[in-house]
Design a protein around this ligand. Structure first.
Ligand code: FES
Length: 175
């Protein structure tokens, strides 16, 4: 087993523990022999740890005999891969056409401004992660927003603020 300690000093101040380091090494050992193993390894790391710590990138690169730039390029290209622990709640804003026609653009601007994040970002208190989505199947009731697994329709900026207030209150109740 590789003797590598990786420590994450970004995001919410999370520390990538020795256990997580061992998990990355073990995932690489298990999957590196399959064809085109990088993406499956990144999926497995995110599944196991919850995100792909930037400090694990050199480790994965070494295990796959790739450059750090190659691995980093793939992690940052696919927004699916999170590079920080994310928020305790995820808010998906619909950006597709039907919602755009009824104010999703304005809602997006309002959400980014009030949460002080861009898409794929997490609020400073760690409560909320903001993500785009392209149609939630709720087109007749846009603008649509999904908070964790709960769908909300006809979300005005005022309603969004209320939903965020409720979500933050729920987040505060979690460890
Ligand atoms: S376009 Fe937004 S839910 Fe379909």
């Amino acid at each position: 087993m590789a003797n590598v300690q990786i420590v994450n000093t970004k995001g919410l101040g999370a520390v990538v523990s020795r256990v997580q380091t061992d998990a990355v090494v073990s995932i690489c050992a298990e999957l590196k022999a399959i064809p085109a193993p990088l993406i499956p390894i990144l999926h497995a790391v995110q599944e196991k740890i919850g995100f792909v710590p930037s400090e694990s990138v050199p480790l994965i690169a070494r295990e796959l005999n790739l450059s750090i730039a190659e691995v980093h390029g793939v992690v940052s290209f696919y927004h699916y891969f999170r590079q920080d622990p994310g928020g305790r709640h995820t808010v998906h804003l619909c950006r597709a056409e039907a919602c755009q026609a009824v104010g999703a653009g304005a809602l997006e601007g309002h959400a980014k401004r009030t949460l002080e994040v861009d898409f794929h970002g997490t609020t400073r208190d760690g409560a909320i992660r903001l993500e785009p989505v392209y149609c939630l199947g709720n087109c007749a009731l846009g603008p649509s927003v999904m908070i964790d697994h709960e769908l909300h329709g006809r979300v005005s900026p005022q309603r969004f603020d209320q939903l965020m207030q409720d979500t933050r209150a729920a987040a505060a109740g979690k460890p």
